[in-house]
Design a protein around this ligand. Sequence first.
Ligand code: SME
Length: 171
Amino acid sequence: MAEDFIADDLPADKAARYAALLPQIASVTQGEPDAVARMASVASMLAQAFPAFFWTGFYRVDPAKPDELVVGPYQGTLGCLRIAFGRGVCGAAAARREIMIVPDVDAFPGHIACDSRSRSEIVLPVFDGAGGLLAVLDVDSTQLAAFDAVDAEGLAAILRAAFQGLPAAGA
Ligand code: SME
């Protein structure tokens, strides 16, 4: 249950921490038909579990503009409201439907600096139960090269657990 979630009880090892978090996030999101409610819960739990995450949140595919992302639930400082597909790291991940790990955002062409303290980031596509692109998850760090394959695998598994049971938009 959400009220029982205590991030301090999670293992220190990063891979183990993702693995321990997964069933808790799956339990909280299970059965909830509203995608934004699921995103808000995932952003909250990830930010609590990983205090080093500087910005943790979702950019949703805008149903009215399917080639544009609009900000969704997040934890952190003020984020940009809209990002076109193909722009910045989030837009690239949405357009390619691929995980992007950027060790140095200043070296990424077209990076959108919502907060100049962000130095590295990971962005993952989020798919609904029908395989449609629902959103991207963006996690930023103030440290260079903060994210690696362990984060990619851990976060991707959590996103599958949190969103694959969600009916397709409009279904
Ligand atoms: N860094 C992102 C923009 C979003 S924010 O950092 C919250 C990007 O270049 O896609």
